[in-house]
Design a protein around this ligand. Sequence first.
Ligand code: 5AD
Length: 504
Amino acid sequence: MPRYAITTFGCQMNVHDSERMHEVLRRAGYTESEDPKAADVVVLNTCSVREKAEQKLLSEVGRLAKWKQTHPEMVLVVAGCVAQQEGERLLTRSQGIDLVLGPDNIPELPRLLDDIGLGAPPLVRTVFDLEAPRFLTALSDEGDVARNPTVDARAPTAFVTTMKGCNERCSFCIVPYTRGPERYRPSAEIIAEIAGLVAAGVREVTLLGQTVNSYRDPSSELSRAPGASPDDPDESEFAALLRRIAAEVPGLVRLRYTSPHPRHLTPSLIEAHTDLPVLARHVHMPVQSGADRILKRMIRRYTRAEYVARVGSLVARLPDLSLSTDIIVGFPGETEEDFAATLSLVREVGFRGLFGFKYSQRPYTPARKLADDVPEAEKSERLARLFEVSEELLGAHLQRLAGSRQRVLVEGAGKEGTNAWTGRTERNEIVHVAGAERLDLRGSIVEVVITRANKHSLQAELSDEARAAAKPLPAAPPAAPVEAPKPRAAGERRSLPIVAAGGG
Ligand code: 5AD
């Protein structure tokens, strides 16, 4: 049986795409190899959002190409955003690549590998499925995830795709180029997938999309959500989708989404957050900068005041909601004053989580026309100052929770010896639960008492009530009828098989 190995770089969307490649390859009779050097087919699923990620890929390709000189039978596949971005050029830039595969062409992978096996020259397949978009589902052919023997029913969290591509034109961002225009998945398909996952034991679902809250139902089956204004150009059907999920999948415990665009944080979405207890009290809302001058050059299509007003009205309704964000430092033309505005915004909003990036110029982006004029050392310094502020805010927030009671969705075994279990609150704080080594908590929602705050997480013990209600772990692990799929990427939680559905 031919063996394959997949290495994943980049975002959750890529993790999700890698899962889909695992699935199509397994179905075509391939088995997974932990070691790329022992594999017949090696897939690198790539990210091009920042230059560093792309360089990482090219050095990995170089390493594998060298190995291939003495192992010419190995097939090397470059997939993902660098594949889509570079296409043919990858073949001339790097020797040894057999197949360049775009994100929309994953279902064709086994067939293309067959062609290569028959002696085809290096192939490039990077065509967007614009007419009949295909989306991922975790459903088996029978449409019932619960009957699929390869599902790891113990995984309590899962990602579900709602849309792909991006219609924004943020000047720094390559995603519209690598992922194409927005295409949405019919709401009934999304609901069916979530219902199937919940029936299989999933407790928390994260809806995935490049601008997840610009969702519109292509099958026009959603009724207008409360608060939705038909005249508002920023209005979408995302709130209606959330309401339908909540109504039709009552067994779902927690619902998250990522990543939204601030423009579509409309009154209807704020109402949905107020009305639906299933929505987690955490929203990741990328702001990118706190200076209007820079936001304009970034083509973000909102001002600082508009951002603050929108997240402000969400927090006014739900005061315990946590906000996190993405920020780019050193965008072309960013002065010290602009950066100071970003720091003041971070404090004003009180973000409890922050991903910070140094601007890196990307091909095919509008910002290429602007001189990348903030020196590297200055970018590094600004990033360090940004992280200092965000650590201070997170630290103060976590300190405030010491001694409180929290509800935690236990996601899996803890890493450190003293922490039996690890999970998250609905506000996304990471909680390590000690003193529960003999209890089986995976996938359950438990009440804990926070004993202390760490730098980035919380330490806790089970409440007496939760301890009394918890089931003991079986003495010996029960013989599994089917081997559960092994975890594949660091930080990856999903272990459900995925098949392409819909479209052609
Ligand atoms: N340079 C630096 N950071 C970038 N991001 C996207 N494009 C770039 C770029 N050219 C960041 C943004 C985005 C996150 C996923 O990556 O902050 O929200």
